[in-house]
Design a protein around this ligand. Structure first.
Ligand SMILES: C[S@@+](CC[C@H](N)C(=O)[O-])C[C@H]1O[C@@H](n2cnc3c(N)ncnc32)[C@H](O)[C@@H]1O
Length: 256
């Protein structure tokens, strides 16, 4: 479990990306007024907040298994139906929603096909099921810089980009095998700003996600060497900087 850190730590690390990804992803999934939407793996609520802005809190529900992140989401959005649950076992009846979305979640679920089937189950016929994950091919600069620096120092280390559902072909196959129709994919490009290298590095030291967990597992000399390698790979920035991030998104319709 790599999502046990606080909502603040999550927001410093990934929330600065997921907040700008959320409106792009909601557009891709066709989220518009009058719909009822479910945010699966809502974390601290970046996408949930975007859904509430578009639909109103009474038409939005969300689920996440992390007590810490669910509490952060609840503090931010107290009127949303928030439940502690995994994507593989959603505590809602069949056909409850017009759209179900999972932003940056699929790589972390234990059973991707079960998650896709559950998302389809809770959406009505004609509704939309959509997901997105950071691209495996280096399009998410923050993760690429970090893991390239890790591999430079420890070639046997795990590389997060090898996790599942980070390519168009895997996402498309998952959606088709779940029985979704008219499956389409698209790149979603965003970026995030850092005030300084320390801002970048401190966000990674919050222990969030596979990168944060890896950094936290190191002793101090190895963590310092990793920080120095990241700084070099970023061009030793002396001022603020931005990093680009590409996610691949997939959507499909629920058929009879
Ligand atoms: C990278 S975060 C994304 C959070 C949020 N959707 C966002 O865009 O900021 C991954 C989230 O997946 C959640 N998660 C992990 N395993 C899960 C599962 N089996 N079902 C649903 N969510 C899961 C984590 O608790 C975490 O909140």
């Amino acid at each position: 479990m790599t999502f046990t850190a606080s909502g603040d730590a999550y927001d410093r690390y990934m929330g600065r990306y997921s907040a700008s990804l959320a409106p792009r992803f909601a557009d891709f999934a066709g989220v518009a007024g009058g719909r009822r939407a479910l945010d699966v793996g809502c974390g601290s609520g970046a996408l949930t907040g975007e859904l509430v802005r578009r639909l109103g809190a009474e038409r939005v529900a969300a689920a996440d298994p992390s007590p810490q992140l669910l509490a952060a989401c609840r503090a931010r959005l107290p009127d949303v139906d928030l439940r502690a649950a995994t994507a593989e076992r959603l505590p809602w009846q069949d056909a409850t929603f017009d759209v179900a979305l999972a932003q940056l979640v699929l790589s972390f679920v234990a059973d991707g096909p079960a998650a896709a089937r559950e998302m389809r189950r809770v959406v009505r016929t004609g509704g939309v099921v959509a997901a997105c994950m950071w691209a495996a091919d280096g399009g998410m600069e923050m993760l690429r810089v970090f893991w390239d620096a890790v591999l430079e120092l420890d070639p046997a280390a795990p590389d997060e980009s090898r996790m599942p559902y980070r390519t168009v072909s895997e996402l498309r196959a998952l959606w088709q095998e779940a029985g979704l129709r008219e499956v389409e994919t698209a790149p979603l490009d965003v970026s995030a700003g850092y005030e300084s290298f320390d801002d970048f590095w401190n966000a990674l030291l919050g222990g969030v996600g596979p990168a944060g967990a890896y950094a936290a597992s190191l002793d101090e000399p190895r963590r310092a060497a990793l920080g120095a390698a990241c700084r070099r790979r970023l061009g030793s920035p002396c001022a603020s900087f931005r990093l680009a991030a590409r996610a691949w998104a997939v959507r499909g319709f629920v058929a009879d």
